[in-house]
Design a protein around this ligand. Structure first.
Ligand code: ADP
Length: 164
């Protein structure tokens, strides 16, 4: 059974992530979306909210599971007895950053293999941070995220406005 891990912050999930998942689900038997629980990094959505948004966005993909993890990706791989890490590549900047992380992971766990999947052209510019910035300034990001994620972003905007 080929198991792959797709780690990330998913704050929030975008159509770019969904596209990577749809394509990789055809290549592996089981994909575990590993939502990073990073205490140091301030996320807009809580871990539970991010997991719920991912679950709604990936209902149509059968072989997907959602879990969260803290610490090293390679430790999560070992825990799941998996060797494959999936990452998406949008640009040369992504490549520089991602290749370094992949080498670290390999140094820490030589069995680990990172598989890079090229972003679909129409989602190449889409990032969770860009979507958050645009949505929180009132921008229409409906072409970049599923409708329930857009609703979630609008709700966050309301909460922020109510507290300022
Ligand atoms: P991280 O905080 O680990 O960078 P992200 O949630 O931003 O996590 O991204 C998770 C993975 O999805 C990364 O490999 C990232 O390059 C990839 N990714 C993000 N946005 C897109 C996109 N629009 N198209 C393809 N891959 C993407």
């Amino acid at each position: 059974m080929k198991v792959a891990i797709y780690p990330g912050s998913f704050d929030p999930i975008t159509y770019g992530h969904v596209d990577i998942l749809e394509r990789s689900s055809k290549m592996f038997d089981r994909i575990i979306i590993a939502v990073v629980h990073n205490i140091g990094k301030k996320a807009l959505f809580t871990l539970e909210e991010r997991e719920k948004l991912i679950s709604n966005a990936t209902r149509h993909i059968p072989n997907i599971e959602i879990e969260s993890f803290k610490g090293l990706t390679v430790d999560f791989l070992l825990e799941k007895q998996a060797r494959i890490i999936i990452r998406g590549l949008r640009s040369f900047t992504d490549y520089e950053y991602e290749s370094q992380i992949a080498r670290y992971n390999k140094a820490l766990y030589p069995e680990a293999e990172t598989i890079f999947i090229l972003a679909e052209s129409k989602f190449m510019f889409v990032s969770s941070s860009g979507v958050k910035e645009a949505a929180l300034l009132g921008g229409d990001v409906s072409s970049m995220v599923p409708p329930h994620v857009f609703e979630g972003l609008k709700q966050k905007l309301k909460e922020i406005e109510a507290h300022s």
